[in-house]
Structures are given as C-alpha cells and as structure tokens.
Design a protein around this ligand. Structure first.
Ligand code: NDP
Length: 327
C-alpha cells in the first residue's frame, strides 16, 4: 500500500494531462492541504474494501485553489474544498500537488476559512456536522434535549472530536465515550461535560433490549455493540446518528423495541454522496459553530512523508483528533 501510495503520488501530474473530467466540465485544483481519514488509512495500508483498481493516489478530501476550470461555477484563483464523491477510492485523490474535480462537486471555501482550516475539518469534521444536522432535523435540538446528554462514541477520533466540539457549541450537554482515559482533559477542553470509558458501552453481559433512558441522542462512529447500546439507552423520541464502524460493521443484539416502543430513530449518515445543498449547509454550519481555537486544539499538521506511519496509527485507533497533510 505504501509503495503504491508513493508511486501514485509521483504519477498524478501525468494523469492530469489526460484528465477526462476536465473535458466534462470539471477543473483542476492546486492542492495546498489534504487530510488523513480512517478510509485513507485503509487505502494507504492496502487493506481491502475501499479501492478496486490499483495504483491509486490516496486522499478522500482536499482544499486549494482552482487553476483551470471548464465549469461556469468556478474560475482560476477560487478557493475550494472537495470531500468524497469517490475521490481517493475510485478516483485519484487529494494527496498530490494537483487534483481534479467536477464543478458540482466542489464547494467554495466559506468566507474567512483557510484551506488548512477546511482540511482540519475535512471529511471527518464534515461528517460530524452532517450527524448534528441529522439529529436536529429529527427534532433533537438543545431545547428538546433540555440538558439531557448527547453521547459521542469514538470521541477522541476525527469525527468524534469534531462532533464533541460542535454539539457543545450548539448548546448540548455532551458525554464523550473513549477507550483512552488519558485523553479526558482533551475531550473536556473540546466541550465534553462528562467522559466515560468505551468498555461500558460494549458490555455483552450488561446488554438489555431496552436499557435505562440515559441519552437524548448519540453520534456513533464505532458501530458494533456500542451502537446497539447507544440505541437501547436513548430516551423516548430521541435519535442516533450512525456514521462509522471503527469497532465493527454489525449491530449485534439490536431488537426493534427501542424503535417501536420508544420512537427512537436510527439515522444513517453518509458524507461521500451527500447532495450539494446538504454540503453547503454543513460547511456554513461548520464555519459558524467551530471556533478556530477548538479546531486548532484537535489538529496536527504534517508533511506528506509522515502520512504512511500515521495511516497505521489511525487504523489502530491511536490518532487523536485530526491530521492535516500539507502538500
Ligand atoms: P478515527 O480513527 O480518527 O476515530 C475512530 C475512533 O474510534 C478512535 O479514535 C477510537 O476513539 C475509536 N475506536 C477505534 N477502534 C475502536 C474499537 N475497536 N472499538 C471501539 N472504539 C474504537 O477515525 P475517523 O474519526 O476518521 O472515522 C471514524 C469512523 O467513521 C470510521 O469507521 C470511518 O470509516 C467512519 N466515517 C464515515 C463517514 C461517512 O461518510 N459515513 C465519513 C468519515 C468517517 P477512542 O480512543 O476515543 O475510543
């Protein structure tokens, strides 16, 4: 995977020269920053499930400046951000000097947001915002919650860290679940009111089809029994936004009881194919809600050659917050 990563990054300029997207109303972006997401870790390590055709340039997101555009929506010099749409999976990605995109896939950088900040948010932070929007669209507002806590699982990771900061900024009481108790200070700094151990959410012996109504809602990045428990502990009328599988792709021992007796909604969240209006709304929300100080506290910026070892770390659950890759 690492070998492919290096070779593909070197080859990217050649591919741009025969870029079919550009011919179809797309554009080329000079990438200043990309970021490292869980999926990038899988790709860079050569794990199955994400990429079908090797070699690939990894990087499921990027930010930078348009250098060439056949789309009427963008002109050279415009600052843009791209997440998802199969880039870094089925199409060559953002960890390169140049990347291509379509006009309808790019989002103009919100006023005042730098490309580095946009990638500190990146796919992970964008997904966290989609989760918060999904909860609010389901009626789970701070007013409705009335102080009852919202659970965030995998809280020290990229999606989790931004979700904690966003929910706290929106006025929710946040409970952060983590397997790294040493990061309690970090999570409280992002706005968590309480930090709980991840083991308590994945305890087979303690599992009940309907557990104590503890949380108004949850943002789950972990999946597996953790997701089941988040659902069984959500109070009447609440919702759980599920976006990840860091702990497993199944939802074991879930019954319909929380759904049909407590009216709990399970909300699936996908960032890759999210429609443009949802994207614009999410980036506006991120620009408004996330303070530069909070974002800085959860971000490290690294050069490209530090990405392969960090890819192994993100899959092992050892990365804290977000990793920006400076191109
Ligand atoms: P990270 O690796 O940064 O975060 C995942 C976190 O999950 C870890 O930091 C850790 O948090 C926790 N974790 C890791 N392994 C386990 C485990 N075995 N059991 C329980 N908890 C674990 O990844 P991201 O935040 O970038 O992504 C999180 C998930 O969301 C991934 O599955 C990713 O594929 C998915 N995702 C989905 C998107 C979508 O569009 N639906 C978009 C982006 C991401 P802690 O140490 O605090 O417990």
């Amino acid at each position: 995977g690492v070998r492919h990563f290096r070779a593909a990054s070197l080859l990217s300029r050649k591919v741009m020269e025969r870029d079919p997207w550009l011919m179809r109303g797309g554009g080329q972006v000079r990438v200043s920053h990309s970021s490292l997401n869980y999926k990038d870790g899988l790709v860079i390590l050569g794990r199955p499930g994400v990429v079908k055709d090797w070699p690939i340039v990894p990087g499921i997101d990027f930010a930078g400046t348009v250098v060439e555009s056949k789309s009427p929506k963008f002109k050279p010099g415009d600052a843009v951000v791209h997440t998802g749409w199969g880039v870094g999976e089925r199409r060559w990605g953002g960890m390169a000097g140049l990347a291509s995109s379509r006009g309808s896939w790019l989002v103009p950088l919100p006023a005042g947001m730098t490309p580095e900040r946009a990638m500190a948010i990146g796919t992970a932070g964008f997904t966290a915002m989609l989760c918060v929007q999904a909860l609010e669209d389901a009626g789970v507002t701070p007013e409705w919650a009335g102080g009852a806590p919202v659970l965030v699982t995998g809280a020290s990771g990229g999606v989790g860290s931004v979700a904690v900061a966003l929910l706290a900024a929106r006025g929710f009481t946040v409970v952060a679940s983590t397997g790294r108790p040493e990061l309690e200070g970090y999570l409280r700094g992002l706005g968590a009111a309480e930090v709980v151990g991840r083991a308590g959410l994945a305890d087979e012996a303690a599992h009940r089809a309907l557990d104590k109504e503890t949380y108004a809602a949850a943002v789950d990045t972990v999946g597996g029994l953790t997701l089941t428990t988040a659902i069984t502990r959500t109070r009447y009328g609440g919702a759980v936004a599920a976006c990840g599988l860091a702990g497993g792709g199944d939802v074991p021992r879930l019954t319909v009881f929380p759904l049909i007796l407590r009216n709990v909604r399970l909300l699936g969240v996908d960032s890759v194919m999210a429609v443009p209006p949802l994207r614009a709304r999410a980036w506006d929300g991120l620009a408004c809600l996330l303070s530069p100080a909070a974002l800085e506290s959860l971000t490290q910026v690294v050069p490209l050659d530090q990405v392969p070892p960090l890819a192994a770390d993100i899959i092992d659950g050892k990365v804290r917050g977000r990793v920006v890759v400076a191109l």
